[in-house]
Write a protein that binds this ligand. Structure first.
Ligand code: GAL
Length: 344
């Protein structure tokens, strides 16, 4: 996957620019844009899909504007110290703008200080920095989504499953559920976990948590954790809520590995709408998911870069509050037309 992305990156920087014709008044003559992207972990399924979209939008923007654009992606392997060093390297290598997916979203200080010193704008994405930090300098931005919305929509997908299917297998009037959580301290993890269950309870449905497990957004880790839960509780679980699709797929893998038949398996619901998640919704292995608009986020990042470095005109950027751009989520159910909207 990453080899393919790198190849795409190498193909982007092809368009030399000599002059601007008919551009907005305040546009500067920009000959080329070097974009440095730092990711907390390039093996993350959703982020790898998001970055592939980002590369496509940058390629498009380069063609549209005639400005040469190149993208360099660095993996932080889950270490904030590694991320700080690679951001420093990208600054030294002459990057004009940084896109940073923080490892530790509460610790952007070193990066902000380095960027501000060299006057290089930073677009933080996906892992939300706290408000006090974004206010430290006017060339800092955030592109992501509203975590609470994803939790609410996941809760609504669960209510749909409970109301339209006979999922209370033991008939005790309560839904026994397992929560598979992303990462401790991550805004999406914490808020999705709290909100989805609160929404189900608010609908007057009785739920009982059988177990919860942290699987760091990762399918293999979720397989291991869910296998342990199956060993302990067999086919007692009626609903699996997962903070993302990759871990939901890992939970399904665990049921496959345990040889539990489809009728005895719980309803599984994810978030993200990555290709494999959508496929699982289509083939009925997963009941539903919540689409995390990677195309919208990637496009917003590309447009922000262009506004920041070229036009200085931000009127087309939809800031929600301050310098935060948040793309909406959407429910994906097999029965919805929306399910087909996101099908490839
Ligand atoms: C979330 C996404 C997860 C994971 C995480 C990484 O928004 O739903 O799948 O990619 O970001 O920060």
């Amino acid at each position: 996957m990453w080899k393919r992305i790198r190849l795409a990156i190498a193909l982007i920087g092809l368009f030399a620019c000599t002059s601007f014709v008919g551009c907005a008044k305040r546009e500067e003559k920009v000959m080329g844009i070097k974009i440095g992207v730092s990711v907390y972990d390039t093996h993350d399924a959703y982020l790898s899909a998001l970055l592939s979209e980002f590369n496509s939008y940058i390629t498009e923007k380069a063609k549209e504007t005639g400005i040469a654009m190149s993208v360099e992606v660095q993996n932080s392997n889950g270490s904030q110290a590694t991320q700080n060093n690679s951001v420093e390297d990208m600054i030294d290598n002459g990057c004009d703008v940084l896109c940073v997916n923080l490892v530790d979203r509460t610790d952007p200080t070193v990066i902000i200080d380095m960027a501000q010193q060299k006057n290089i704008p930073v677009i933080f994405f996906n892992r939300e920095l706290v408000e006090g930090d974004i206010e430290r300098w006017s060339r800092l931005y955030y592109v992501g989504a509203n975590a609470e919305e994803s939790g609410t929509l996941q809760g609504e997908v669960a209510i749909n499953a409970i109301e339209n299917n006979d999922i209370d297998k033991n008939g005790d009037g309560a839904i026994q559920y397992v929560m598979i959580e992303g990462e401790a301290g991550h805004q999406d993890s914490k808020i999705r976990t709290e909100t989805s269950v609160a929404v189900i309870k608010d609908a007057g449905i009785k739920v009982e948590k059988v177990a919860s497990a942290i699987a760091n957004w990762d399918r293999a880790q979720a397989l291991t954790k869910m296998s342990g839960i199956i060993d302990e509780y067999g086919d007692e679980v009626e609903l699996v809520l997962s903070n993302n699709d990759d871990m939901a797929l890992g939970a399904i893998d665990a049921y496959e590995a345990a040889g539990i038949s489809d009728e005895k398996r719980p309803i599984v619901i994810g978030i993200d709408g990555i290709d494999e998640g959508l496929e699982a919704v289509r083939n009925g292995k997963m009941y539903g998911t919540v689409y995390n608009d990677k195309e919208g986020q990637a496009k917003a990042m590309a447009e922000l870069i262009y506004s920041e470095l070229v036009t200085k005109d931000f009127s087309a950027i939809e800031f929600k509050t301050g310098r935060y751009v948040r793309l909406p989520y959407a429910k994906v159910l097999k029965s919805d037309t929306i399910g087909t909207k996101y099908s490839r």
